[in-house]
Ligand binder design. Sequence first.
Ligand SMILES: [Zn+2]
Ligand SMILES: [Zn+2]
Length: 282
Amino acid sequence: MIDFNDLDTDPNASAPLASTSPEAIRAAAHLANGGDAVFPCPKCGGTGMWRGIRTCFTCRGKRTVSKGVAAAAKGRVTKAVNLAAAKAEFEGSNPALMGDLRAIASWHTFARELLGKFDQYGSLTTGQVVAALNSLAKVKEKQAERAAVRNAENAGKSGEVGIDRITALFATATAAGLKKPVFRTERLIIKPAKSHPGTLYVTDKALAGEYVGKIVAGKFEARREAKPDTLALLCAIAADPMKAATEYGRSTGECGCCGRELTDPASVKAGIGPICATKWGI
Ligand SMILES: [Zn+2]
Ligand SMILES: [Zn+2]
């Protein structure tokens, strides 16, 4: 037979209820926070002054704070230290990824967002890493496409087709004693590179005298800036340097080799001075 009186002997049921008055709860919380115990203010180092110039806002100049305030300050420091450690670890195990993201962050919104998350959380999630790698792969693919187009364009503007004759022309002029031989034509000006013997630099008057490429071992290597007809012009000059010099001399009234004014009627007609014609072998 059940003795219903046993129910009243349940120790839990018979224990007196803890007071739930607001005052009691506040008092309990106060005790949990350290009660009236105080600690030197972590912000001002217990001086009550912030950097010695104004009253410390954390302790309001009282030099001490409760356990709760001290613990929160310590917690913030710990959190910052942990974040820095997490960032260093993630950075250390993903150096290429982080470097690639930073390299494109100035113009790539998603990369910038990911770096923001990294700064906030100290690492990227697996999903974010996968998304980052996909984005970077796409960027690299586009860059490779653009480079291929550019190389194809430049290759079309570069080539040999008899340009070695220009090299030979300069060899003749140098052998004849010219220190700084320059070959001027109506558009292109060709001269040896000072610090690279055997290399000729080509500039284009149609591009305000801009450097458009070089001739190395009889081959013209065009820069991106070079106009599409540059190689054809060089080939024409190589095929008939006398014609190029003559055209220049007639249109400018000066010798295309030395830049001096042509005064002798025969020279004006020829478009090149007799001495230069001899020295350049044309
Ligand atoms: Zn303080
Ligand atoms: Zn001359």
